[in-house]
Design a protein around this ligand. Sequence first.
Ligand code: NAP
Length: 157
Amino acid sequence: MINMIWAMDENNLVGKGDRIPWHIKEDLLYYKSKTKGQTVLMGDTTYYSLKGYYKDKPLPYGKIYVATIDKSLVIEGVEMVYDIISFLESNKEDLWVVGGATIYKLSLPYADRLYISFIKGSHEGDRYFPQINFDNYKLLWENNTELVRYTLFEKVK
Ligand SMILES: NC(=O)c1ccc[n+]([C@@H]2O[C@H](COP(=O)([O-])OP(=O)(O)OC[C@H]3O[C@@H](n4cnc5c(N)ncnc54)[C@H](OP(=O)(O)O)[C@@H]3O)[C@@H](O)[C@H]2O)c1
């Protein structure tokens, strides 16, 4: 099963440089509760950004796959993915795709479940999630707070 989890604002904004454009603690806690100890896939930009936050502490995941097209890049302690499409096509694991913008875009056609946090309002930034055709998905769950609409969508097979 391939799960994707992300937060975006009303314009599909997901990032500003290598950072998240907002600081919403409840969404961060939600994200952590879903991904803690899980097998995750992320792009190298997101990996280095997270390392910046966690400094010397280990990232709070299980197995970590890091995607890059730079075949000379090897990061200790993670599995490198140089061809994300072949990787996703042959995946048999319970995988969580955790960003960023490029990796979300490439992974969307392979994802079974989308955990989307719709951040209310519009923010400043420069990395966007592509348009999603929600006709292809069924809403399984949602929870509304003042700041965020948390949702879970499943692909209609
Ligand atoms: N809102 C959220 O939920 C959320 C979550 C995570 C991240 N983000 C945001 O997303 C932004 C980062 O996104 P990004 O698009 O810049 O970087 P990214 O998705 O983290 O990483 C992109 C990397 O993917 C690699 N790549 C591209 N095509 C590939 C392929 N076919 N096979 C393997 N690897 C491939 C590229 O490697 P090369 O470098 O070798 O070209 C590229 O550097 C940041 O602003 C971050 O804060 C938002």
